[in-house]
Design a protein around this ligand. Structure first.
Ligand code: KG4
Ligand code: ZN
Length: 336
């Protein structure tokens, strides 16, 4: 079974070809970081325009690398949402047109489902059920993944997503965009124990997150130091901030696994590329005898390979098989 997947929910245009649900034949990602960097964040209108320019070459390249002709495909999967509507529409329109011309089923995939299943692009696979932490620029949620097409939301952020907090703090410190990888790199030169930024644990049994407080705490710390004319040691601020975020993400994910009596934990989403989070999750998980699964870094941030995996399972489960010309995109996930 050969499936072409297309992803264009935010600032990456991506396409991938997957064979029989596991054999990835190609995965092409065009990142728009250079386009948005001067503005310190994603500019939706610029993102849409860039998707229009790159969608054809990206899909073409994915097909070329996979050595596949269009008439060999069995289905097309495309990110239906959540994301920027203008961006999603480019991928969706392209996928629908291709599916129509080639008379193929076109499957609408939830971007979050893609993240939750990205672990199957790695070498070590979990069994079902597993607990997954999906931490990205738009979401920070914990799911119980019962099988490839059924997910139960256990907790989510009440304000900023973890990646969003990284991006905002980097902007505040004048470090550039996107904030996550920049903060992670600078944090390597700092100590996480110098500044004790607050952790929002919320109610005792809550699996929800809140990251706006730690962001404000960094603002206050910086302003206070400036007022007192104290020198700022940016690596310590980055390391301490990163530690506060990783600590809460790990503890809540472990709490979810304990509550559900599930022994396997999976990380997903752009923030799962964070090495400190990966190390902390692995070491604390191991102490409690959980098996921790980490996707390869390139499949943590947005890509079409994960959309292909999720699309393959929709196809297999016959949950949604018709290529509907009126299928629409959505900005908010249906999984929350
Ligand atoms: O999953 P993703 O590519 O896009 C969304 O679905 O949002 O995640 C992007 C987010 C950004 O906020 C980015 O700063 C963050 O993931 N990110 C990281 C790292 N790499 C990317 N955050 C922390 N550490 C990283 N190494
Ligand atoms: Zn994403």
């Amino acid at each position: 079974m050969l499936l072409l997947a297309i992803e264009s929910s935010c600032d990456e245009t991506a396409a991938a070809v997957l064979e029989n649900g596991t054999n990835l034949l190609s995965s092409v990602v065009d990142s728009q970081i250079q386009v948005h960097r001067p503005y310190g964040g994603v500019v939706p209108e610029l993102a849409s325009r860039r998707h229009i320019e790159t969608i054809f070459p990206v899909v073409n390249e994915a097909m070329k690398q996979a050595r596949i002709r269009l008439d060999q495909l069995d289905a097309i999967a495309v990110t239906q949402g959540p994301g920027l509507v203008g961006s999603l529409l480019i991928g969706m329109s392209f996928a629908k047109a291709l599916a129509y011309v080639e008379n193929l089923p076109c499957l609408g995939v939830d971007h979050l489902a893609g993240h939750l299943l990205s672990i199957f692009l790695g070498e070590k696979h979990p069994c079902f059920p597993y607990i997954a932490l999906a931490a990205s620029g738009g979401h920070s949620s914990i799911y119980l993944v019962n099988d490839p097409v059924s997910y139960k939301l256990l907790g989510q952020t009440r304000d900023d997503a973890a990646g969003e907090a990284f991006d905002k703090v980097a902007k505040l410190l004048g470090l550039g965009y996107p904030g996550g990888p920049i903060i992670a790199k600078i944090a390597d030169k700092g100590s996480p124990e110098i500044i004790s930024f607050p952790r929002a644990w919320l109610e005792p049994d809550s699996l929800d997150f809140s990251f706006s407080g730690v962001k404000t705490a960094v603002v206050n710390y910086v302003n206070q130091a400036k007022r007192k004319k104290e020198e700022l040691h940016i690596p310590d601020i980055c390391a301490s901030f990163q530690e506060a975020i990783a600590d809460v993400l790990v503890e809540k994910t472990l709490a979810a696994a304990r509550t559900c009596s599930v022994s396997q934990i999976v990380l997903a989403g752009g923030v799962a590329a964070n090495q400190r989070l990966r190390d902390l999750m692995s070491s604390r998980g191991r102490k409690e005898n959980f098996s921790v699964f980490l996707p390869p870094i390139e499949y943590c941030t947005d890509n079409a390979a994960m959309i292909a995996v999720a699309g393959y399972h929709l196809f297999k489960n016959r949950k949604q098989l018709t290529s509907t010309i009126d299928m629409d995109v959505y900005s908010r996930s249906r999984m929350i």
